[in-house]
Write a protein that binds this ligand. Structure first.
Ligand SMILES: *Cc1c(COP(=O)(O)O)cnc(C)c1O
Length: 396
């Protein structure tokens, strides 16, 4: 019976490929780090991982995962509320709450699930969700799963947010939802202004800190810390799959009653497996490391400033922003692909993004800086950008 859909899928896939939109995966044969070996043979500097703090293969994190395997086993074979909660799951939830200064935390298998399961238990058709138009796909899906009235405001546009808040005054509860750092441009949500508007129009505030937890803000508490409004944000979601070790797992942290309601009613929590003990053990180590010192986040900031300065000096056009996401603008989709291919020849692994991932005419190489990059790694990347940039006539 596969015949008809087989034909259809083959045609669709061919069309995707013809349009140059087929995603191919490069194979890495070493652990994730500043430098990796790819199966085509090159040793390359990685400029496109979310390994902002260099914790993905950090020896202390790897050891903590091994220790947890020995003491707590490999898998839980259960959701949390049946027999899937160990002492270490509760310890990690407490550590995350301490890190943010919140009351409680709930773990998920991924931040996608944290965002997918946060709205429906809290809001009904009497309520309003007011969302930035560039929010992450998981937030959009989470909102779709909830019956609340939907309001969307133009990206980081506070006049439009205010208009939407006015329109949403008819509803019972209101919540403003935003990414903390927007991953394509690397810009920060205007959290201070968002909180002020939330206060004026009686709304809750939720931020997704996936691209900021651990390194944005003076002590790495994220975008609310950067803007001095940590006590005004009601719900924070985040991932363990980026800066915080990079394995997998997500969390929602905030007010006690909100977290308790999620434990009772959030579907990805109730009906999906408990986080593996090795990930939990390693994540506890990550929060211990980050609570002890800001060394990694400070090095990341230093590396970012260095890379940006050199790339700008070379004549490239980069998007301004306060995050380690540095988009190098090329504006042309085909050029972005060629640029990335030539970078790989020079031993630099970066990805060109173009429509529909970013707006039409906004193609770019998105680079992401890591605390694990040495000065030598960054200099290699900068030299490669300059060589390819001249070759392709992007710079003089
Ligand atoms: C990566 C990302 C997610 C998903 O995180 P996972 O833990 O990998 O599911 C959610 N929101 C934002 C803003 C992200 O960047």
């Amino acid at each position: 019976m596969y015949g008809i859909i087989h034909e259809y899928l083959s045609r669709e896939l061919a069309a995707i490929e013809e349009n140059g939109l087929l995603k191919r995966e490069r194979i890495i044969t070493t652990p994730q780090g500043a430098n990796v070996h790819v199966s085509s043979g090159e040793d390359v500097v990685i400029m496109c991982a979310n390994n902002y703090l260099g914790l993905s293969s950090h020896p202390e994190v790897v050891q903590a995962a091994k220790d947890a395997l020995d003491t707590h086993g490999f898998g839980m074979s259960s959701v949390r509320f049946i027999c899937g909660t160990q002492d270490i799951h509760k310890t990690l939830e407490r550590k995350i709450a301490e890190f943010y200064g919140t009351e409680d935390t709930i773990l998920y298998a991924a931040a996608f699930d944290a965002n997918g399961g946060v709205f429906e238990p809290l809001f009904s058709d009497q309520d309003a969700i007011i969302s930035d138009e560039l929010n992450h796909a998981s937030i959009i899906d989470g909102i779709r799963l909830c019956k609340a009235q939907r309001y969307r405001y133009k990206h980081s546009n506070m006049e439009d947010l205010e208009e939407q808040l006015k329109a949403a005054q008819a509803q019972r509860f209101r919540i403003i939802v935003t990414d903390g750092v927007f991953s394509m441009d690397g810009d920060l949500a205007k959290m201070d202004e968002i909180c002020a508007l939330a206060n004026k129009y009686d709304a809750l505030v939720m931020t997704d800190e996936c691209h900021s937890a651990g390194f944005i803000g003076k002590t790495g508490r994220g975008v609310p810390e950067h803007f001095g409004v940590m006590d005004q944000v009601d719900i924070i979601t985040g991932t363990l799959g980026k800066a915080l070790g990079g394995a997998m797992g997500g969390y929602t942290t905030g007010k006690k009653e909100i977290i308790e309601m999620l434990r009772q009613r959030s579907r990805p929590y109730l009906f999906s497996n408990s986080l593996a003990p090795s990930i939990v053990g390693a994540s506890i180590k990550v929060f211990d490391l980050l609570s002890k010192t800001t060394e990694l986040r400070d090095r990341l900031e230093e590396n970012t400033l260095y890379f940006k300065a050199k790339i700008k000096e070379a004549g490239f056009d980069i998007k301004p922003g306060d995050s380690p996401i540095v988009p190098i603008m090329l504006y042309d989709a085909a050029l972005s692909q060629q640029f990335a291919n030539e970078l790989l020849q020079e031993g630099v692994y970066a990805i060109g993004f173009f429509y529909p991932v970013v707006a039409k005419g906004q193609a770019r190489i998105r680079t992401q800086i890591s605390a694990a990059h040495t000065r030598g790694d960054l200099d290699k990347a900068i030299a490669a950008f300059i060589k390819v940039g001249k070759n392709l006539k992007v710079i003089e």
